[in-house]
Write a new protein. Structure first.
Lengths: 197, 181
């Protein structure tokens, strides 16, 4: 009877050890994350919407503009047409990846990796500034993610290339604009827990 | 069996704890640098066709007129002496009180956007207008540009007595120049 009672006890111990082993394996399976600096030079053509690289450009609004003179004046409202030909936004795109995440099968990542981006500048959040007098507003952040997966579809590496849409309407200075960007990576949805340890 | 249950429970808790630990919030820090060039852009209409509203042109000639065809009474008593059956009332001298020049202001007809310039200076020069056109002017002549468009006006005077108007068409040609500094 005694030996019969000891046997299950040994099996239980083996199970416990097995669970601890599995748990410790899971603990060692942590994703690794890295960041690269984002750097881009916007061209004059991108800012002006006019081909060529001259610093001074004229943009002819060639369509016939018609108006009626009342009290010796007529308002042609060129602002409307300028807004239609110049959005006031530029696209800044990272040449290299901005973030990289490496994982293993044990991390169980098979979905999409999404980033949450928080910009912080001298003039506050979601701005990139050259000084307190001149900032660009970050109006949109797109991420192109390249994945490397194993044969079973688990992500082994993901790299994020960031494309920024910047509104220049509050900018007045040329030169270098800077901000700190904090990136948080998640699987599928930014409401899910952060992936990077 | 009790030990088995406890072992499973302990292992389950351990697994859950480690999983939770591995999903704590963490972030990556990135320095963002974007270089923006200096640029100055002048926008302008190249073909503007204007008409006077009904009554507007007549009013330029005589403020009493509000339609294209009007009568304007000169109510001051006119006296004269008839000599040889005729009298000259010299109405031209009374007409001189009415307008012979009209100022036309084409508002918001050009715009400038710029980055990297503290000021801009604007000028306008005649580029083959008909002789009835004079005193070309631009406003504002200077300002602080930004990427939000600064819009401006061009104005000129028209000699209403000029034969340039005989064909019912007046042509003004001008060149706008904006420089940044």
């Amino acid at each position: 009877m005694i030996s019969l009672r000891k046997k299950p006890s040994l099996m239980c111990s083996a199970f416990f050890v097995g669970m601890i082993f599995i748990a410790s394996q899971q603990a060692s399976a942590k994703v690794r994350c890295k960041a690269n600096d984002f750097s881009d030079t916007v061209t004059r053509s991108e800012v002006s919407g006019i081909a060529g690289g001259a610093s001074d450009n004229s943009f002819a609004l060639n369509s016939v503009e018609r108006g009626v003179i009342v009290a010796s004046k007529v308002d042609l409202d060129i602002q409307f047409d300028v807004d239609s030909v110049a959005s006031g936004t530029v696209i800044a795109e990272s040449v290299d990846w901005v973030w990289e995440m490496k994982a293993t099968k044990k991390d169980d990542l098979r979905g999409a990796i999404v980033g949450d981006y928080q910009f912080n500048s001298v003039n506050g959040p979601m701005k990139i500034c050259s000084s307190s007098n001149s900032c660009m507003d970050v109006v949109n952040v797109d991420t192109n993610v390249s994945y490397k997966r194993n044969g079973q579809g688990y992500i082994t590496r993901a790299r994020g290339y960031v494309v920024l849409t910047l509104d220049l309407s509050s900018a007045s200075e040329s030169g270098d604009y800077q901000a700190n960007l904090t990136v948080t990576l998640h699987e599928n949805n930014t409401s899910n827990p952060s992936l990077c340890p | 069996m009790n030990f088995l249950k406890k072992s499973v429970l302990v292992a389950g808790l351990a697994t859950g704890f480690i999983t939770a630990t591995s999903s704590q919030a963490a972030t990556l820090d990135v320095d963002v640098d974007v270089t923006i060039p200096d640029v100055l852009i002048l926008y302008a209409y190249t073909d503007i066709e204007l008409d006077f509203a009904a009554g507007e042109f007549a009013a330029l000639l005589d403020s009493n007129c509000t339609s294209e065809d009007c009568s304007s009474a000169i109510t001051a008593a006119e006296s004269g002496s008839i000599a040889s059956g005729a009298v000259d009332l010299d109405i031209d001298s009374d007409l001189s009180a009415t307008g012979t020049t009209a100022s036309i202001n084409i508002q918001n007809s050009w715009a400038v956007r710029a980055l990297g310039y503290g000021t801009f200076n604007a000028s306008v020069a005649d580029n083959g207008s008909e002789s009835a056109v004079s005193n070309l002017d631009i406003s504002p002549a200077s300002g602080t540009p930004s990427m939000t468009a600064t819009t401006g006006d061009v104005s000129f005077d028209v000699d209403l007595t000029s034969s340039d108007l005989d064909d019912g068409l007046l042509e003004a040609n001008y060149t706008i120049t904006v420089t940044g500094s």
